[in-house]
Write a protein that binds this ligand. Structure first.
Ligand SMILES: [Zn+2]
Length: 285
C-alpha cells in the first residue's frame, strides 16, 4: 500500500512531465466508477472538468496526489491499495488492470491502473476540507519534537495506532510505522501516552528518517507499488522488521514477531522493543 515515500516518488517523477501540459481527453472504463464513488461526480462531469485544462503542477499532501489545474481546482488522486499512475506514450499497450487515462497534448498518457479498484479521483474546488483532516507531515522539519510529543501525550490508544492516524500525522502507513517503532526501540502496543520521553524523542527522529530513507530508495515494492514509469522501488530490501516475522533481528538475533495492533499486522523485535517499565503513568511531554 503506497505510503508517503511511494506517493512522493510518483509525484517527483511525474511533476516535471505533466506541468504545463493541457489535458485533451479523459477515458474511464465505465465498469470502474468506484473511482468516483462517493464523490458525487459523474463521468461526464469529470470529463468536462478536466478536458481543456492545463496542469499547473503536481503536489502532495499525506498520501494524496494533487494535480493543480489552471482554473484553481484540483484533481485529487488517492492510490489506496493498488492504484498506479503511469506515464506512457499514447501508443503504448493497455496496462494490466487499466481503468482510466488522461490524454495530454504532447501525445503522452497518464494511465491509471488499479487491480482492486479502491483508488479514488475527485475534483475539488477548495482543498480546505481535505487539508483540515490531515495532520502535519513527519518529514516537515517545522513539525518539531514538542508538536510530535503532543500527538502522543495522554493517548490510551497503542502508539502504532496513533502514528497511523492521518488526522494526527499524514503519510505514515503500516510499513514505515513498524520500521520507525523498531528504530526508536518502542513496542508497537505501548499506549501512546506511556511512551517514555526519551523514546518519544527517538521516535520523532525515526519517523522522519524512515520516510526519508524510503524516498531515497524510491519506495517499497513488496507487491503492487511501482513508480511513475512503472519501475519498482528498493526500500523493501532495507526493512528491519516489516514482514520479517520468524527471521532474526539484524540488531540482536532474536526472532522478529508478528502480532496485530489496532487491526493491523505488526512486526517487531521483542528484545529490542521491550514493554516500557511503568513509572506511575508519566506522560510523554
Ligand atoms: Zn532485536
Amino acid at each position: 500500500v503506497p505510503e508517503l515515500p511511494e506517493v512522493e516518488t510518483i509525484r517527483s517523477d511525474l511533476a516535471p512531465l505533466v506541468a504545463g501540459r493541457c489535458i485533451t481527453g479523459v477515458d474511464v472504463d465505465p465498469a470502474t466508477l468506484p473511482l468516483l464513488a462517493g464523490t458525487g461526480v459523474s463521468l461526464d462531469a469529470l470529463r468536462s472538468s478536466l478536458v481543456g485544462r492545463t496542469i499547473r503542477g503536481l503536489g502532495r499532501r499525506g498520501k494524496y496526489l494533487l494535480f493543480e489545474l489552471d482554473d484553481a481546482r484540483t484533481l485529487v488522486v488517492h492510490l489506496r491499495m493498488t492504484g498506479r499512475l503511469l506515464w506512457r506514450d499514447g501508443a503504448a499497450p493497455v496496462e494490466p488492470f487499466e481503468r482510466a487515462r488522461l490524454l495530454l497534448e504532447d501525445g503522452h498518457h497518464l494511465r491509471w491502473s488499479d487491480l482492486r479498484k479502491f483508488g479514488t479521483w475527485r475534483i475539488m474546488d477548495d482543498l480546505a476540507p481535505l487539508l483540515a483532516r490531515l495532520g502535519p507531515e513527519p518529514i516537515d522539519h517545522a513539525f518539531g519534537l514538542k508538536a510530535f510529543a503532543a500527538t502522543l501525550s495522554g493517548r490510551a490508544a497503542p502508539v502504532k495506532a496513533v502514528l497511523l492516524d492521518q488526522r494526527r500525522m499524514a503519510g505514515l502507513g503500516n510499513i514505515y510505522v513498524d520500521e520507525a517503532l523498531f528504530q526508536a526501540r518502542v513496542r508497537p502496543d505501548t499506549p501512546g501516552g506511556q511512551v517514555p520521553p526519551a523514546a518519544v524523542r527517538r521516535l520523532h527522529t525515526a519517523c522522519r528518517e524512515v520516510l526519508e530513507q524510503g524516498i531515497a530508495n524510491r519506495g517499497a515494492s513488496f507487491k503492487d507499488y511501482v513508480d511513475g514509469q512503472g519501475n519498482p522501488g528498493s526500500q523493501h530490501m532495507y526493512v528491519q522488521v516489516f514482514r520479517r516475522q520468524g527471521k532474526p533481528c539484524y540488531a540482536c538475533g532474536t526472532l522478529i514477531e508478528r502480532t496485530v495492533v489496532g487491526g493491523r499486522g505488526t512486526h517487531f523485535c521483542p528484545k529490542c522493543q521491550p514493554r516500557p517499565r511503568r513509572k506511575g503513568g508519566s506522560g510523554a511531554a
